[in-house]
Design a protein around this ligand. Structure first.
Ligand code: ARG
Length: 389
């Protein structure tokens, strides 16, 4: 079975049945051992891995290799502006978990470990895909996401991005409250237990109500967002071994919420609502009502997280940190793959330093990839075409 790469995803299709590529394994191991001299010489390890691949079609990473491999994958994530702290990634080795219940409780633990104030970057790495065998996965694109419901009048209550997914959850018997910020259930699919839905406990879902430092009426909009962005449907690939279930989180950059999730016209689309409250002239583009509403919304998001004691960064600070990261990496003799269209923040681009330069567009591994079937499951909550697992 070939799993095609998603849209502009640079990877070739992934073949879950193909044996681990010995050349990729060697390349990874050499880098890993060079970057971590305390691991000792790589040659004996290479001999073992070659033999393991020849005998079984794959090999097993040591905990040190897994940890460094996951950190390298973050370091290579060309769309991420937050990579300065790649070394601090906490890697939880969950490779032994098999049942849906076990996986669920480890996902809850992941969110608790990530924290609800001083958020730390964490990845939970579950079992790798073994060639020829089905593997466990989570359908959701993030561990915490809000449902979207289509109202009678065609408008959406909640997050329109998750509308189809929400409909699919109803087909599984799930019932949300029908409100704007209902956390969706987790869909865990395992060879052992099939497809199962789980509700996250409240203690694992830290949320921040959105208020504005000056405009009291902001509270009346009833906005909120979750504290932890935890991507749960990207495949981690390290040295030719693939981990289809390896959810990871960082902390939020304010603009992800204020300039995208709450602002995009195909998401919560709140700029017209905020502009009206601000009394702006929305009949003319040149009044810049969109920009003024966007600014106040982003100010509110940063203010609210700060008030709540939940870690978040702003686009100016994070842009500067990214340039520091580029500098550090260059000094270490490494190239930094980066995608300008993702690195430049979605507001005030030109007044951040990341705007004024170009970047290397490379596909380096270890890496995280979003496969097309994973993208379909996350957006539609079902399979479009039959799949082996
Ligand atoms: N942009 C996504 C969201 O708004 C989250 C992506 C990951 N972000 C992060 N800061 N680690 O939910």
């Amino acid at each position: 079975m070939l799993v095609p790469g998603y849209r502009d995803n640079p990877t070739e299709p992934w073949d879950p049945d193909a044996p681990a590529d010995p050349a990729e394994a060697e390349d990874f191991l050499r880098r890993c051992y060079t970057e971590n001299p305390r691991l000792g010489p790589v040659e004996p390890r290479l001999a073992i891995v070659r033999a393991q691949i020849a005998a079984t079609g794959t090999y097993v990473h040591t905990p040190d290799e897994l940890t460094h491999g996951a950190r390298m994958a973050w370091r290579n994530a060309s769309r991420c502006i937050g990579r300065l702290y790649w070394r601090s990634l906490l890697v939880l080795d969950r490779r032994r978990a098999r049942t849906a219940d076990e996986i669920y409780s480890l996902l809850v633990q992941h969110l608790l470990t990530a924290g609800n104030g001083q958020i730390r970057p964490v990845i939970s790495v579950f079992a790798p895909a073994v060639p020829g065998q089905p593997y466990a996965r989570v359908w959701n694109e993030q561990l915490i996401r809000y449902a979207g419901y289509r109202a009678e009048d065609g408008a959406t209550v909640g997050d329109p991005r998750l509308r189809e997914f929400t409909t699919a959850m109803s087909a599984f018997g799930w019932r949300g409250k029908g409100e704007a910020f209902d956390v969706l259930p987790l869909v865990i699919e395992t060879p052992a237990d099939g497809i199962r839905l789980y509700e996250l406990p409240e203690r694992a879902i830290r949320e921040v109500p959105i208020t504005h430092p000056e405009h009291q009426w902001f509270t009346e909009l009833g906005l909120r967002w979750h504290a932890v962005p935890a991507i749960s449907n990207m495949r981690l690939t390290v040295g030719g071994v693939h981990y289809p279930l390896a959810p990871f989180n960082g902390w939020y950059l304010g603009t992800e919420i204020g300039a995208r999730n709450l602002a995009d016209t195909d998401r919560y689309d709140l700029l017209p609502v905020i502009a009206a409250r601000l009394g702006l002239d929305t009949t003319r583009e040149s009044s810049l009502w969109r920009d003024r509403a966007l600014l106040e919304l982003n100010l509110a998001v940063l203010h609210s997280f700060e008030q709540a004691g939940v870690k978040m960064s702003d686009h100016h600070t994070e842009s500067r940190r990214f340039l520091t990261h580029l500098d550090n990496e260059t000094k270490a003799g490494r190239r930094v793959p980066a995608d300008w269209t993702w690195i430049v923040p979605p507001m005030s681009g030109g007044i951040t330093p990341v705007f004024h330069r170009y970047y290397d567009e490379l596909d380096l591994r270890p890496a995280f990839y979003l496969d097309a079937d994973a993208a379909t499951l996350a957006s539609e909550g079902m399979r479009r075409c039959p799949h082996r697992n």
